[in-house]
Structure formats: structure tokens, C-alpha cells
Design a protein around this ligand. Structure first.
Ligand SMILES: Cc1cc2nc3c(=O)[nH]c(=O)nc-3n(C[C@H](O)[C@H](O)[C@H](O)COP(=O)(O)OP(=O)(O)OC[C@H]3O[C@@H](n4cnc5c(N)ncnc54)[C@H](O)[C@@H]3O)c2cc1C
Length: 509
């Protein structure tokens, strides 16, 4: 049986993108329906149990995707209210001013964005306030201009991290307090429980899209959230121009939801899949896809973890993610293509090590977890048209990921490894995070000014459909070398302001 309902705006996905757009629509009079395929994340002991999270993969989707060789795997995708921010590491960086300009390395080029840093600056500020980001302006040598200081003081370093900052400073670097969205400090909810990055927070202290945006929004009568509502496809009118409905599956029922305006924010990979799955006679290659870019240019950052091991010095830090280094953001000495950001990782414990290396004995993994200080090196993933997600004939999903810029990343990692040895780690182990956990996925529904080369306008509206916006990390034309969530939020607030303005002026979208 098919039921039909009719809100004013349908937002698909309750992650950073969807929640931030919804935030701007409240108060305009528009009735907003948010469709989320997942449920609210249960608050339970397993939230903080590394065995449950990393060995039993309790919160990971049961869906299977396959890689280009046909090997099936369960991707590191998490479908809950609030999206991936329920599990994120809370690092909330603004992209640098020149990240929005064309960038070249000896391995290729990433294009300029159709928006500049100054277009986003005020929205970055709003996003930081919304998510409760803590930080210290004026320390990061690559920091873009900001009109106001951070609203909240940075999270102080614990002793081991303070010692790192001192050692790195003595080595000539300028470590700084990492901007982080945690409700820490007097009266704050953070308990420094030691489980944060890649865990869900039992205390609602993490600045995620659920706790910071959706819960307050849902008190407003104009906002409704449907959980367990998986959008299968969007349907256009007979001319193929306007989107008229979303078809969803909920509780065994197929429901058709009609609305004047649709905002697709299902995450970079899933938004592309929904558009591809919506292919019809008028749009045989999927919606919003005149350019053929939907599903292409998949990027994910090059992420390598470095574990600095000091056999005689256990590391008892509870919240290590307070320090970052951008001295090599535009290159190491003599090599401008070997570049990226360095930041602390969350605590790497034995179960995490065993999930990546199942043959590691439990005692050895636990010992390593206790004696390491853990860094993350991050480099830009250069966009490649052949790096893509696509639907297979049987309806399955193939992720054919082609990383761009790996040689430069590798040289950057080697440089950082040498540096870590110099500052006192006799042993530095490395581990690469791959596409099976596409934590920084982006680029699959890119924006641009040329409808022949991009799917979305600079305001994230589909070039092909006046009443469809795609607002999640899919819109990124390039990935920069910093965590993506704050940039998703800033652009989503900007787009939300634009839609709210149209709505208030009664302009048909
Ligand atoms: C372990 C981990 C650590 C991370 N750490 C950081 C960090 O420290 N800093 C940072 O900036 N970023 C971090 N990230 C990345 C960050 O979480 C994402 O970039 C960001 O959340 C993306 O937001 P989004 O709105 O694009 O999509 P998502 O967060 O993926 O939201 C999409 C939403 O749509 C829903 N959905 C999907 N398909 C459908 C459908 N068919 N119908 C209805 N709903 C659907 C999903 O359930 C989800 O709620 C991390 C990610 C992970 C996994």
C-alpha cells in the first residue's frame, strides 16, 4: 500500500548537512520533515565498550558494498540520528583560505571552489557556535582570518600532550590547540571518559548534529523527524525538471512524500546513490546528472596513523585530541607536494589494534595501546573522475576508489615519522586507514559554475532541478587536508539562509 503525505520541505538525512539546513528553516513558517533511515542511537553500556565498537562492529551498518575487484565488505557507515557526527572525533577545522583556490602538486591539481573563504567566514563562525567548538585563535600558522575569537576556551592539554607540545616546539614547530567540539569545562558534560573518537558519547558532551541541533529543533512544531525512513528514490515530473516526490520505505510500507522543495543530505556516497537510483526515462543516468559527475570524484583524505611507542612510559591520557600541527600544510622543507595536517588521534586501545590486525595477541595489542602516543597525518586526496561509487545491475553498490596524491602523502608521513623519532619515540608504527571506512568521504555530487562539469550551483542547488538541493560532503570540489564537518556545516547554514530567504519572500523555489 502507498500512503502520501505533503510537508513544505523534505530534508533527507539528519547529519551535519541536513540538520544545519533545518536549523535555518525554523521560524520561516515552512513545515519541515526530516527523513532519517536510522534510529536514535541507544544510550547503553556498549557505547563505550571497545570490544563492542571495534571487534563486534555493533553500530556499523549491516549493508554490504563491494570494491572494484568484486570483494564484498561491510563499510564503516553508521546510520543514526545525527549521522556520522555521533561517532566523529570532534576536530572542527575551518578550511584554509587557499584551500578554496586551485591547488597543484607534482601528482595533479584540485580545482578552485565556486565559493571563497570570505563567502563562508560568517557561516564558519555560526557553525562553530552551533557545535560549541573550543579553540584558541592566533596559534595556528595557517589559520584563515576570523572576525571573532572562539566563543569557548580550548581544551587544556593533559600532561603527556603538553609534553608533546613542548618537544615539538623545541624541534622548531608551532603546535596549537586543536579546535574541538566538546562540552568541556565547569558545568560541561564531558567526563574525560577516554572514549570519544569513533565512539558515541554517553554523556551528550560531543558537539554532534543530534545533541547540538536536532534535539532543540524538534521542540518546534514546524519540524518533524521520521526515523527508520529510508529514501529509495526521488521522482521528477513528466518533463524531468521539478522533483515532485520522495519514495521511502518505513516499517514495511512504501510512502510517497510530495513537497515543493527537497534537500538531499544523505552523506556523500548515499546522496549520489539516491540520485543514481532515481534514473527514469527523462534522466536515464540519474537525477541532477546532466554532467555525468554524480557518483564520481569520490575522495576520502589520505589518513595514516602513527603510533609513537615509548616502552617505559605508559600513556594515561584520557582526551588526547587537543593538539595539532600545520607547519607542513603546504609542504615539508624542499618538497611542496609532501604535505598535510598532523593531529592527535583518539586513544588507540588494544581492541582497535586487534580489529585492524586480528592475529595480534591480546596482551601485545593492549600493551601497545597503553604505551603509545597516537598521531594522525592527513593529506589532500586529489579528485579523480574515475574514482567513483556506482549502482550495479543487481542493485548492489560498487565503490571503485582511486586515491590521488598518495606518493606525496607517503613522503609527508616519512618526514613526520623521522620527526617523532627525533622528539623521543624509539619506535614509530604506521597504519593506513582505507576506503572501507570512508570517514571523510566527499566530492560525489560536486558543485561548480559550469553545468557541464558539475551537478550543483555554488548554492548547492541542482543545475538540472530548481527545487532540489544537495547539502552534504558530496558538494566538495576538493578535499583540502583538514577534517570536513565544519565546512559541511558552514555551507549548509549558508544554503539554509538562502532557502529561508526565498521562503520568507514567498518566492517559489
Ligand atoms: C569515526 C569517524 C570520525 C570522524 N571524525 C571527524 C572529525 O574529528 N572531524 C570532522 O570534521 N569530521 C570527522 N568525521 C567525518 C564527519 O563525521 C563527516 O564528514 C560528516 O558527519 C558528514 O556529514 P554529512 O551531513 O555529509 O553526512 P552524514 O553524517 O553521513 O549524514 C547523512 C545522514 O543521512 C542518513 N541517510 C543515509 N542514507 C539515507 C537514506 N537513503 N534515507 C534517509 N536517510 C539516509 C544517514 O543515516 C545519516 O544520518 C569522522 C567520521 C567518522 C566515521
Amino acid at each position: 500500500m502507498t500512503t502520501t503525505i505533503k510537508p513544505d520541505v523534505v530534508i533527507i538525512g539528519s547529519g551535519v548537512g541536513g540538520a544545519s539546513v533545518a536549523h535555518r528553516l525554523v521560524g520561516t513558517g515552512a513545515k519541515v520533515l526530516i527523513l532519517e533511515r536510522g534510529e536514535a542511537l541507544p544510550r547503553e553500556a556498549q557505547n563505550a565498550d571497545p570490544d563492542a565498537v571495534f571487534l563486534q562492529n555493533r553500530y556499523r551498518t549491516q549493508d554490504e558494498w563491494q570494491d572494484s575487484t568484486g570483494r564484498a565488505y561491510r563499510p564503516g557507515q553508521y546510520y543514526f540520528v545525527g549521522g556520522h557526527t555521533k561517532f566523529y572525533g570532534t576536530a572542527m577545522f575551518r578550511f584554509r583560505s587557499d584551500d578554496f583556490a586551485q591547488q597543484s602538486t607534482d601528482e595533479g591539481t584540485s580545482p578552485a571552489w565556486p565559493v571563497t573563504y570570505s563567502d563562508l567566514e560568517a557561516h564558519y563562525d555560526a557553525a562553530e557556535r552551533l557545535f560549541g567548538v573550543r579553540g584558541q585563535a592566533g596559534q595556528d600558522p595557517t589559520e584563515p582570518p576570523r572576525a571573532a575569537p572562539f566563543a569557548h576556551a580550548p581544551i587544556p592539554h593533559e600532561p603527556v600532550i603538553a609534553d608533546m607540545a613542548e618537544r615539538l616546539g623545541r624541534a622548531g614547530l608551532r603546535p596549537f590547540h586543536m579546535p574541538s567540539a566538546v562540552d568541556y569545562g565547569p558545568g560541561g558534560r564531558c567526563q574525560r571518559c577516554g572514549t570519544c573518537d569513533a565512539f558515541a558519547c554517553r554523556f551528550d558532551a560531543k558537539g554532534d548534529a543530534d545533541t547540538r541541533i536536532l534535539r532543540p529543533l524538534l521542540r518546534h512544531p514546524d519540524v518533524t523527524l521520521w526515523t527508520g525512513a529510508q529514501v529509495m528514490r526521488l521522482i521528477s515530473d513528466p518533463d524531468g525538471l521539478r522533483i515532485v516526490a520522495a519514495e521511502i520505505q518505513r516499517g514495511g510500507e512504501v510512502i510517497r512524500i510530495e513537497a515543493p522543495l527537497f534537500v538531499l543530505s544523505a552523506g556523500a556516497i548515499n546522496s549520489a546513490l539516491i540520485l543514481l537510483r532515481s534514473a527514469s526515462e527523462t534522466h536515464p543516468n540519474g537525477l541532477a546528472n546532466r554532467s555525468g559527475v554524480v557518483g564520481r570524484y569520490l575522495m576520502n583524505h589520505h589518513l595514516t596513523g602513527l603510533m609513537g611507542v615509548r616502552p617505559l612510559r605508559p600513556n594515561n591520557t584520557r582526551f588526547p585530541k587537543t593538539l595539532s600541527i600545520n607547519d607542513f600544510y603546504r609542504g615539508i622543507p624542499g618538497d611542496g607536494s609532501a604535505r598535510g595536517n598532523i593531529q592527535m588521534l583518539g586513544n588507540i586501545g588494544g581492541p582497535m589494534i586487534r580489529s585492524a590486525y586480528p592475529v595480534a595477541p591480546k596482551w601485545a595489542a593492549n600493551w601497545l595501546g597503553r604505551h603509545s602516543v597516537d598521531f594522525l597525518t592527513m593529506s589532500e586526496d586529489l579528485p579523480n573522475r574515475d574514482s567513483r561509487v556506482r549502482l550495479m545491475e543487481n542493485g548492489g553498490v560498487e565503490v571503485d576508489y582511486r586515491p590521488g596524491g598518495t606518493a606525496g602523502h607517503d613522503r609527508f608521513v616519512r618526514h613526520v615519522r623521522t620527526l617523532l623519532r627525533q622528539i623521543g619515540f624509539p619506535l614509530v608504527l604506521r597504519h593506513s586507514f582505507g576506503i572501507e571506512a570512508p570517514s571523510h568521504q566527499c566530492g560525489t555530487v560536486r558543485m561548480g559554475t559550469d553545468p557541464g562539469l558539475s551537478a550543483l550551483t555554488p548554492l548547492c542547488r541542482a543545475h538540472d532541478h530548481p527545487n532540489l538541493y544537495v547539502v552534504d560532503a558530496g558538494f566538495f570540489p576538493s578535499s583540502a587536508a583538514l577534517n570536513p564537518a565544519l565546512t559541511v556545516a558552514a555551507q549548509a547554514l549558508r544554503v539554509g539562509d538562502h532557502i529561508a530567504g526565498l521562503w520568507k519572500r514567498g518566492i517559489a523555489v
